[in-house]
Design a protein around this ligand. Structure first.
Ligand code: GLN
Length: 200
């Protein structure tokens, strides 16, 4: 298959883990992939797909706006190019973070509660049935957001405790958990490479 360029937004958060997961998913799907870290504007437009990592959503959204990367990510989604947003990335991608300090991208029609699970327990792990994956996915949740409200065009791919924890709308797939923290790259494959293959 042809070479693809995947960008990992690297203003803050779990960057290297995503790079590794994407490289593994590329190998598994027979793609030649160039994985690049994005800290400045001007790079997103050259990427076929993007990962938007977890970290701290207030910081990430402010840095994206300051660097002018925010508008490029919106244009990327509008061009129907794949984006995987995880944890704080899900918050940043959402319509409404219920927190004025987070400037959301509004590329995913959900409202979220930041740290909703975290008020009860800081982090936890769970085996999830994820639509599109044959076997359960071992999900690591760290101060995870809860999806409070979903729009009509959003598909729920997985739930935990009756709450959506993996959702998809068009090119944007978002998880409340951290798929980059285990050796299992199937979420990266599903969100990025399977989507690219479906488009081709
Ligand atoms: N609780 C963090 C936030 O609101 C997200 C946590 C994470 O990405 N692990 O930004």
């Amino acid at each position: 298959m042809s070479a693809v360029r995947i960008g990992v937004v690297a203003v803050q958060g779990n960057v290297s883990e995503h790079v590794t997961a994407i490289e593994r998913a590329a190998t598994a799907t027979g793609h030649e992939a160039e994985v690049i870290e994005i800290r400045d504007s001007g790079v997103v437009p050259d990427c076929d797909a993007i990962a938007l990592p977890g970290g701290e959503s207030t910081t990430i959204s402010q840095l994206l706006a300051r660097e002018g990367i925010d508008e490029e990510l919106v244009a990327h989604a509008e061009a129907d190019k794949p984006i995987l947003a995880t944890c704080a990335g899900l918050i940043v991608a959402s319509r409404d973070a219920n927190d004025d300090r987070v400037e959301t991208l509004d590329i995913l029609d959900i409202a979220v509660d930041r740290n909703a699970f975290g008020r009860q327990v800081d982090s936890f792990e769970a085996g999830l049935d994820v639509q599109g994956l044959d076997d359960p996915f071992h999900a690591v949740f760290i101060r995870a957001p809860a999806v409070a409200d979903i729009g009509p065009d959003v598909d729920v791919l997985a739930t935990w405790d009756d709450r959506p924890v993996a959702v998809r709308e068009g090119p944007v797939l978002a998880t409340a958990f951290h798929p980059e923290l285990t050796d299992d790259h199937r979420i990266h494959r599903l969100a990025l490479f399977d989507r690219l293959a479906a488009e081709a």
